[in-house]
Write a protein that binds this ligand. Structure first.
Ligand code: ARG
Length: 463
């Protein structure tokens, strides 16, 4: 009786340990890369005379059958197989017999997993770039519709200077353009094939790493086997790139949440992106941008998690690195859905031009223009101009007006130094003129905004 109990306990422990050790339930995501890697490896082995053509053809046929079984849902993933590499190989051997057992010649799961994962990350870098391109186009198209729409430009979330809404949208187009370039440079930096590094030190077999590299579409084989089997920089880079993009997505989401509040009412998101409260029927909550903002947390978490996994690892491969995948898969899924949803939100939202422009009449947005005028036209020291401007602001407040609404007499009466100021100052304080006055390169004037849009469109044509 006691013996039977002990046996059960042993079996249970073994089962727990098998599950603990296994990665197949999540690394099955890499089945396609694994099969492509194996086909390339078998072709290289055959070209080198290490595998017969017959064996290679059996292997390739068998691998394609495994792929078909996985894709049609027929494949049975078993914990006992431990990981996707063993799962594919053992099914292959069932299908083609001994040829399947020859496939693992001159490689190890260490270079195999590095190859699969690099392929996956490279392909995801590329597909995310495509999505980012679409997102940049969406922001640029929206910007093109609003190069004369005024909106209060803010610092410290306080009204600062009038800008146009197109210019504001271009700020995001710039962020997502940088993201695009970051994903691009990451895949270019990591476009090297690990295959043939073997366990850690290369192999005595007469392999041709350049051949398998070419078959897999990498630029070159990696330079050092020891580094290759333990390097996960490519995974860290995509996690960082995703985190940065999510941070940008979170920032625009934050603005959308503010802008759709009663206090702003600058935009109205399409009804699909808001839900009602279960208790307050009159409410519409911006759940979707809130979730985009919230999901940023897991992207950051995945980055920190892998950095932490890697920090103490001695060379070369350690099982710790099996922990590299789930976070990457999660971050990739998060960014893919987030870009796609954000793109739709921006495309379908209603921009309330009137509310934006009315908001510009609060907070004396053109105050800096008076100071600039006094400096430029009257050669006044900036500090003096600053104090005079302050008096005009005070005057406007007394009159319960915005500075842009003051008459010439009201302006002149604010300070003795400007008693005879030229009447043209009224035009300078006009909000639209104020926006257009910022015509320096990269500035907010409609002219500069149009130029920035033109440059974006040129760039979009080159990618
Ligand atoms: N499942 C493993 C991983 O994801 C594959 C490599 C296993 N290699 C080994 N020597 N145990 O890292």
């Amino acid at each position: 009786m006691a013996q039977a109990k002990e046996q059960i306990l042993k079996n249970t422990n073994a089962k727990i340990l098998d599950e603990f050790n296994a990665s197949v339930m999540f690394d099955k995501e890499l089945y396609d890369q694994d099969i492509r890697g194996s086909i390339a490896h078998s072709k290289m082995l055959c070209a080198q005379g290490i595998l017969t053509l017959e064996d290679q053809q059996d292997i390739e046929r068998g691998l394609l059958q495994v792929k078909e079984e996985i894709e049609s849902g027929k494949f049975e993933f078993k914990i006992a197989d431990e990981d996707i590499h063993m799962a594919v190989e053992s099914r292959l051997t069932q299908i083609v017999g001994d040829a399947g057992k020859r496939l693992h010649t001159a490689r190890s799961r260490n270079d195999q997993v590095a190859t699969d994962f690099r392929l996956y990350v490279k392909e995801k870098n590329q597909s995310i770039m495509k999505q980012l391109k679409t997102l940049v186009e969406t922001f640029v198209d929206l910007a093109a519709k609003h190069t004369t729409t005024l909106i209060p430009g803010m610092t410290h979330l306080q009204h600062a200077q009038p800008i146009n809404f197109g210019f504001h949208m271009l700020a995001y187009a710039n962020m997502f353009k940088r993201d695009y370039e970051r994903f691009q440079s990451s895949w270019q930096r990591n476009d090297y094939s690990p295959l043939g590094s073997a366990a850690l030190a290369g192999t005595p077999h007469n392999i041709d790493r350049f051949k398998s590299c070419e078959l897999l579409g990498f630029k070159e084989p990696t330079a050092c086997a020891l580094d290759t089997v333990s390097d996960r920089d490519f995974a860290l880079e995509i996690l960082f790139n995703i985190s940065t993009s999510m941070m940008h997505i979170s920032r625009i989401s934050e603005e959308l949440i503010l802008w759709s509040s009663y206090e702003f009412q600058f935009v109205k998101m399409s009804d699909e992106y808001a839900t009602t409260s279960s208790i307050m029927p009159q409410k519409k909550n911006p759940d979707v941008p809130e979730l985009l903002r919230g999901k940023t947390g897991r992207a950051f978490g995945n980055l920190i998690s892998l950095l932490t996994v890697m920090k103490g690892l001695p060379l070369a491969y350690n099982k710790d690195t099996q922990e590299d995948k789930e976070g990457v898969f999660d971050s990739v899924k998060t960014i893919e859905i987030s870009i796609s949803i954000l793109n739709d939100v921006i495309k379908t939202m209603h921009v309330n031009v009137e509310k934006m422009e009315n908001a510009c009449k609060i907070g004396h947005l053109s105050a800096t223009d008076l100071a600039d005028y006094l400096v430029q036209k009257q050669n006044m020291p900036f500090r003096t101009a600053y104090y005079i401007t302050k008096s005009v602001v005070a005057r406007a407040n007394e009159l319960n007006k915005d500075m842009s609404e003051l008459t010439i007499d009201e302006i002149r009466s604010a300070a003795s130094e400007i008693e005879t100021i030229n009447e043209e100052i009224v035009d300078f304080l006009n909000l639209r003129n104020s926006m257009n006055a910022r015509n320096s390169f990269g500035g907010t004037s409609s002219e500069q905004t149009l130029l920035q849009i033109e440059n974006f469109n040129k760039w979009l044509k080159t990618i």
